[in-house]
Write a protein that binds this ligand. Sequence first.
Ligand SMILES: *[C@@H]1O[C@H](CO)[C@@H](O)[C@H](O)[C@H]1NC(C)=O
Length: 731
Amino acid sequence: MLAKALTAVVTAAAAFSQLGQAQTTPADEKWAAAYEKANTALARLSQNEKIGIVSGVGWGKGACVGNTGSAGSINYPSLCLQDGPLGLRHARSVTAFAPAIQAASTWDVELIRQRGQYMGEEAKGIGVHVLLGPVAGALGKIPAAGRNWEAFGPDPYLTGIAMIETIEGIQSAGVQACAKHYILNEQERNRETMSSSVDDRTMHELYLWPFADSVKANVASVMCSYNKINGTWACESQSAMQKLLKDELGFPGYVVSDWNAQHTTAGSANGGMDMTMPGSDFDGRNILWGPQLQSAVQQNAVSAARLDDMVRRVLASWYYLGQDSGYPQVNMNANVQGNHKENARAVARDGIVLLKNDGNLLPLKKPAKIAVIGSSTVVNSDGLNACPDRGCNKGALAMGWGSGTVDLTYLVAPHEAIKARADKEGIQVSHSPSDDGGAGAQAAQGADIAFVFVTADSGEGYIEVEGHGGDRNHLDPWHDGNRLVQQVAAANPNTIVVVHSVGPILLESILQNTGVKGIVWAGLPGQENGNALVDVLFGDTNPNGKLPYTIGKRAEDWGAAVVNGDDNFREGLYIDYRHFDKQSIEPRYEFGFGLSYTTFEYSDISVSSTATPGPATGTLKPGGPEDLYEIVATITATITNSGEVDGAEVAQLYVTYPSSAPETPPKQLRGFQKLKLKAGEAGEATFNVRRKDISFWDVGQQKWVVPEGEFKVAVGASSRDLRLDGAFTVA
Ligand SMILES: *[C@@H]1O[C@H](CO)[C@@H](O)[C@H](O)[C@H]1NC(C)=O
C-alpha cells in the first residue's frame, strides 16, 4: 500500500514538472534577465541553502514577521517579509497611511501610486525586502466582511487599476510587493476551515481579474490564502496556483503562504507554492518544509526540479528588484517618514465622500458656534496604541484591526483639528467627547451646526472587538450611533453626521431625523483623520471622493452575507452594484456617488474602436496574452465645472456588453478619470479601454473573447447618474 501511494505521488510530481517547464524563461526582457542571474546563482547553491531560501525560520524568530534562511555562497540575505497594506507593522517611526479602501475612494491614480511609492520607500528604509500588500482578496462581495478595508472595494476594475498603481509604486522603490490573499478569501468567519467554490467565469471576471492586473504590473510575489478552494487548501491548489496563476497568467514570481496557511509538505510543493511562512505554526512546533521538504525531495515526493523552480522564482524576484546590491540592513527603529504625511492627508481628504448637503450648510460659512459630538472625536484615552493591532474601537478611528495595521506615531483626532481651525476664525466650539445622547444634545443646543460622529469597525478574525469576531455582526453604526444621532438631531435642526467606517453602514435610521441636513462619509482616514476632515468642512478642499462600494437600504439588499460553513458563491457575477442593477434594487447611495461644492456638466462624447471579435491569442506575457492589454477603444467626453468654486470630478465609464455575449451584468465600470477643474473650466476625460475590458471569459474555449455586436457605453458622475451615451460595434 505504501509503495502504491508513493507511486501516485511520484506521478503527480512528474506531471508537475512538465507543467512547470514553460516558465523557466519568461517572455519579458527584464524578467528573463533576472531569471538568467537566478539560474547562475542556483547552480552554486547547496541543497541546504535551497531549502533555506524557500522556508521561513519559524514564528517569532528573526527581525520581521517573516524571515527566510540566507545563502552565503551567493551573498543572499535572510529575506525580511513584513506587513502590510497601509504601512510597516511593528515599526517605530513610520507613516500610518490611509487604508486602501480610502485610496480607492479617491479614484486618483496619482495619489494611489504615490502612496505605494512612499510605502515602498519606508519599507526599504527599514530594510524590508517584501512588503505584504496590496490586497485584492477579500474583493469585498460581503459588505460586513472584516478585512474589506485592507483592499480597494468590490469592483474588480477599480481594484485592478489600484493594484497596478500600488504595486508599481512599491516596486519603484526597489521593494517586492506581495498581492494577497489568493484567492476567494471573502470573510473572516471560519476562514481557516471553510471552502469557497466559484464558477470558472466568475473566477476570471471578478476575483482573478485584479490579480491578473497585479501580474501584469510585475508583482514579485503572491500570497495564497487560508481558505480551501473546491475543497483543496488554497496553498495546495494546483488549479489556483499552477494552472491559473502561473500557466494562464504567466506569473514569473513566487507564491508565499499566508502565515500558517500551509497544511502538507508535498501537497503544497506540488500544488505550486514556492515559500512557506513563517516556517512553523504559531507554537513554533509544526514545521512542514525545512528538513521535511529536504526529505520529501530525497524520497522524490517532490521533484528536485520543483525545488529548483521555487528557488529560481524567489531569487529572480530578488534580482528583478535589484535587491542584490546595497540593500539596507533591517532596522525597525529607523525613522523613515519623510514628508509622507502629506500623502496620508491627501488620500484621507480626497477619499472623503459628501453624501448629503441640504441647504449647502457646507462648507462652513463663519458660523458663531459649532458643536462636535461623539467618542470618536478624541484620541483613545488609554493611549494611541493601547490595543495591540488596533484591536479595539475607542476614540478616533484611523484603521480597522488585525495584521494589516501599523503602530501610530500620532493621530490627529477630529475635535483637535476642528478646534484649532475654529479658534483661528473666531468660531466657538462646544464639545461632547462621548456617545451619551443626553450630553450630546446639550452640546448641540444653541450651536449653529452640530457635527455628530459615528463609527463602524472591523478587522481580522484573530481578535474579537465588542462581540464582532472580525466580520461585523451588523451594518449599523457602533456604540448605539443611531440613538446618538437621533438625540443630537432632535436638539439641533442643522445636524451633520460624520461617518468613519470600514465599509457601508445602513443610513436609513439616521436619515429619518429631519434635523440631519448633511452626511460626510469620511471613510477610514489613517493618521490624518481630523486634518483631512477640516480641509473639507471649511472648504479648503472641495470634496471629490466617490463611493467605492454601494450603500444599500437593508442588509439583505447586497445579496451576499457572511456564511457559516462553505461558500458556493451562488451570486456569481452579481455582487455590489452588479447585483443592485440586476435585481432593480434602489440603493441609498450608489457605487461611484459623491457630491461636490460645485457642479459639473458632461458633454460631447466621442467613441472610437478598433476592436475585433474573438479570443485574445497573443504571446503569453506576465498578466496573460499580450493583446489582452492593448487599447482597442477610446471614449472621450468634455467635463465642465459649471459652478462657482474650483473642484475635481471623477468621470466614470460603464460598458454594457452586446447580447451575443453570455448573460453579463447590466453595466460594468471600465474606465474612470479624475479631472481637477477650476470654476468655469472645461477638461477632456479620456477612457482607454483595453481588450480585456470588453472581453468575457469563455469557459468552453478557456479564453478571453470579445463578443460581436454593439457595445453600449455611458459616461457619468456615478453608476446611476449617467450623463452621456454612446456605442461602438465590433464585427
Ligand atoms: C471549482 O469547481 C467549479 C465547479 O466544478 C469549477 O467551475 C471551477 O473551475 C473550479 N475552480 C478551481 C479553481 O479549480
